[in-house]
Design a protein around this ligand. Structure first.
Ligand code: ZN
Length: 119
């Protein structure tokens, strides 16, 4: 017996399902990127406001601030212009995926991540 047609049918059904799942994953990823971009621009606004406020109040000068920033950058063991404290990834209660320990929202589904650290 020849089942070539059945095999082709199953392959095209499988491919269509894979395409639908890939499109869904892509929409999820784009949503996650949008949320991260919103969060980053919000953080940039808060940080700029805080720095401007502190400088206006005479709490520090920029060189002093940059020196402290370098120290904090080094405190995670890597001088890379970033601060990445060590710790276990946080699992999302909604989707079960792992997120950074400092995440406020799940980067996959947007769920609030409870018991989070301040920074
Ligand atoms: Zn999630």
């Amino acid at each position: 017996m020849h089942y070539g047609f059945v095999s082709r049918y199953h392959n095209s059904t499988y491919n269509a399902q894979q395409q639908t799942e890939a499109q869904s994953d892509a929409r999820h990823a784009l949503g996650a990127v949008d949320r991260l971009e919103d969060l980053m621009t919000r953080h940039a606004l808060v940080l700029k406001t805080l720095l401007t406020f502190c400088e206006q109040k005479g709490l520090f000068k920029e060189p002093e601030f940059l020196k402290l920033m370098e120290e904090i950058d080094l405190s995670d063991g890597v001088a890379d212009g970033r601060y990445k404290p060590q710790g276990q990834p946080r699992e999302c209660v909604a989707c079960g995926r792992k997120n950074r320990r400092t995440a406020m929202r799940c980067m996959y589904c947007g769920e609030d991540i409870k018991e989070r650290d301040v920074m």
